[in-house]
Design a protein around this ligand. Structure first.
Ligand code: UDP
Length: 297
């Protein structure tokens, strides 16, 4: 947004985020930052054209550690951001998730599929929070005419992820780069489809300018099993790390692949970064980070 000439106000309470990720913006006069929990009252001075609500823990490890905060940010936080959009007569975009489909019985997942979510399982704090966020977004559109968009983000990876956030890309890369065993949960036959961050950003940017009110999947349809992914990381990094197996977490979705025909048709969007290129950029980012020992010193 900044490189396209916009002025940006960023809000974050750093529950799972990292101020280091904003350091490169410190000299940027069009970027303003407010340390803020969006579940608490706040106000923004001056006009606003567009409100983008991306706030939430997103890694299973993070949302299982912060279930109440996760439910609060998707519900109260989303409503506060919708109120801001309504007050400013601004557009509004919510980042929702493929987790709205739960452990899907339809494959690949099309936006019209209503999902298969366990409402009382450990992941429900995230799934139901995002489903509520979608519902209240549609309600503000229907009741108040707010111009809203909903993006359902599938597994995304890239630079500025936390090395220890528990998600499979940083987890496998961290272990492989240190020559430690890679841990596959279950037998590794569950599938995921990984989208590089710049492809996601381009998809969201296009959706923000569209009049589509119903959800749009943004993700990469290249699907693989987690065991295949682990073996792929072994080859790509040339590591001597072995593959270990650990129990599958409760309600871990068995399969996931976005049907992106809606994004292709409406936005002219599809991912362009091949997996190995994206992984290489991510590896370079992780290798450039201070080592644990340097960080402690
Ligand atoms: N996974 C794994 N080992 C890890 C981390 C994750 O086998 O160290 C598996 C996890 O069980 C899931 C998949 O990788 O089947 C993707 O997990 P992630 O936490 O990245 O995201 P999810 O798609 O589950 O939200």
């Amino acid at each position: 947004m900044l490189s396209r000439g916009h002025t940006v106000v960023g809000l974050d309470n750093f529950l799972t985020g990292n101020p280091e990720n904003l350091r490169h913006l410190s000299g940027e006069s069009r970027f303003h930052f407010i340390e803020q929990d969006i579940t608490r009252p706040f106000s923004i001075d001056g006009p606003v054209d567009c409100v983008v609500n991306m706030a939430s823990p997103a890694s299973p490890k993070d949302y299982l550690e912060h279930p109440i905060e996760t439910l609060a940010v998707g519900s109260v936080g989303t409503q506060n951001m919708l109120e801001l959009a309504k007050e400013k007569q601004a557009r509004f975009l919510i980042t929702s998730t493929s987790e709205c489909y739960g452990d899907p019985l339809e494959h690949p997942q099309v936006e019209t599929y209503w999902g298969h979510v366990n409402p009382v399982g450990p992941r429900s704090c995230y799934d139901e929070s995002k489903r509520f966020a979608e519902a209240i977004t549609m309600a503000y559109h229907r009741k108040y005419g707010v111009a809203t968009n909903i993006v359902r983000i599938f597994n995304t990876y890239g630079p500025r992820m936390k090395l220890d956030d528990g998600r499979v890309v940083p987890a496998f890369l961290d272990r492989a780069l240190r020559g430690l065993p890679i841990t596959v949960f279950g037998d590794g036959s569950q599938t995921r489809s990984f989208c590089y961050v710049s492809d996601l950003v381009e998809g969201i940017s296009r959706l923000m300018l569209s009049d589509e009110r119903y959800p749009v999947n943004i993700g990469n349809p290249r699907e693989m099993t987690i065991l295949e992914f682990a073996e792929h990381i072994q080859r790509l990094t040339g590591t001597r790390s072995e593959i270990n197996f650990a129990p599958l977490p409760e309600d871990d979705p068995r399969q996931r692949r976005p049907d992106i025909s809606k994004a292709q048709r409406l936005l002219g969007w599809q991912p362009v970064v091949p997996l190995d290129e994206g992984l290489q950029l991510t590896i370079e980012y992780f290798q450039g980070l201070p080592t644990r020992a340097e960080a402690i010193a």
